[in-house]
Structures are given as structure tokens and as C-alpha cells.
Write a protein that binds this ligand. Structure first.
Ligand code: SF4
Length: 222
């Protein structure tokens, strides 16, 4: 494969980034979080359950779960072992049950039963680290608190040379510097979609990817 010429100046780097964002807009114009939910609280629960699990599987579990525990109070008073069984198909169910019950109790005790709207407050909730908090704040409230860095964003940000870091916090910092704040929410969703549909971990579908002319990933498959 012939090596692509990399941008040398700040203007060239900016133009390259704009081309990449333009392709993402064409590919995934109106994407949002794929976790089904009816409220910010339900989204928080679904996001906690989605750790190490597909959104599809979470979406199979949550309708029955939210029917059985319709309110934050119901989760706060849930029996941990029973809840673990209810969410078993999502994996790591004991830890997740503990987090969900802890989150419900915290939301009730400190935030009057409502999901808070700042990152600082979100980070006090059990089970809500930066990634989960960014998902909830961005999707439920449209608050651009940061960039969601999941496994897809970690992989693709590096493939696209938008970061050289491997630590999720540092990757997020790089992306927040690179992108204007009004892109943070959409960019996360677009990259997650790209990672599921085209820029998959093994055998990315580079032949069909319009970003290919600007991509110099080592494992680009052409
Ligand atoms: S060209 Fe391949 S590696 Fe690069 S972004 Fe597209 S799918 Fe991913």
C-alpha cells in the first residue's frame, strides 16, 4: 500500500479533520444512542448494564426490567440478588446490580430522585464514570460534557490519528481539544456507529469507507 501523505501544517490538519467530519455526517446524519430508554434514569441504568455487553442484548433485558422496577425508588429498594438474576444476560450481573441499586439510592438521597445535570455531580453516582456520565448528559439532556470514549472511539480515534494516547481519559482530552464543543455529542455517536458497522476491530471494511483517503491506520485493509 502506498503511504498517504500526512498533513504538515495546522491548516492541512484542520482541512483533513473537516473532511473526516463531513464523511461522518454523510454516513450517519442523525445518529443517537442505541440504548432504548424512556427517561434519563432508565438511560443511566441501561448504560451501566451495557458495560462489556452489546446494546442489543441490553435492549432485550430492559423492557421487562423497567416494567418490574418502574421507578428509581423501586430500584433503590430492590433485593440485590434478585436484581442480579433479572439482569443476568448482560453479564457481570452481581457488580451491575450493586451499581444500579447504589445509583438509585444516591439519586434519591442527594438529587431528589432526578438525574443531576453536571459531570461533577454525575461522578458521585455509583457506576457512573466519565463515559457513562457523558452518555447520559449528552443523550438525555443534550449537555456536551465531553466525548464518550468507549472501545470503538478508543480504536478509531487512534486509527484516524486523532490521538496517540491509549488511556480513555487522555483520548477524551485530545478529542475535546480537537473538536468544537458542539460536535462532542454527535461525534461520539457517529464514531460508535462507524465502529459497529464499518471500522470494526478485526477486518475493517476499508474498501467501502469514504474516509479511507484520509486514513493512514496501520491495519487499514485495502
Ligand atoms: S479506512 Fe478502514 S481503518 Fe480507516 S476509518 Fe475507514 S474503515 Fe476504519
Amino acid at each position: 500500500m502506498a503511504k498517504l501523505a500526512r498533513p504538515k501544517t495546522a491548516a492541512e490538519r484542520k482541512a483533513r479533520l473537516q473532511r473526516i467530519l463531513g464523511h461522518l455526517d454523510s454516513l450517519y446524519p442523525n445518529v443517537t444512542c442505541e440504548l432504548n430508554h424512556g427517561s434519563a434514569w432508565e438511560l443511566l441504568v441501561a448504560t451501566i448494564l451495557s458495560a462489556q455487553c452489546t446494546d442489543k442484548r441490553v435492549n432485550m433485558v430492559t423492557p421487562g426490567l423497567f416494567a418490574k422496577y418502574p421507578t428509581v425508588e423501586d430500584f433503590a429498594h430492590a433485593n440485590q440478588e434478585e436484581l442480579a438474576q433479572d439482569i443476568k444476560p448482560t453479564g457481570f450481573f452481581n457488580n451491575k446490580a450493586r451499581s444500579v441499586i447504589g445509583a438509585a439510592r444516591k439519586v434519591l438521597s442527594d438529587f431528589g430522585g432526578k438525574i443531576p445535570r453536571t459531570m461533577e455531580e454525575m461522578l458521585t453516582i455509583p457506576g457512573a464514570a466519565r463515559k457513562t456520565s457523558n452518555v447520559v448528559l449528552g443523550t438525555a439532556f443534550g449537555i456536551a460534557s465531553g466525548v464518550v470514549v468507549d472501545t470503538h472511539v478508543q480504536r478509531i480515534a487512534r486509527r484516524l490519528d486523532l490521538t496517540k494516547e491509549s488511556d480513555p481519559g487522555k483520548i477524551e482530552g485530545d478529542l475535546m481539544k480537537l473538536l468544537s464543543q458542539d460536535r462532542w455529542i454527535l461525534f461520539s455517536h457517529q464514531i460508535i456507529h462507524h465502529g459497529r458497522r464499518m471500522c470494526v476491530a478485526r477486518g475493517p471494511r476499508c474498501g467501502a469507507c469514504p474516509i479511507a483517503p484520509d486514513c493512514y491506520a496501520k491495519d487499514k485493509a485495502v
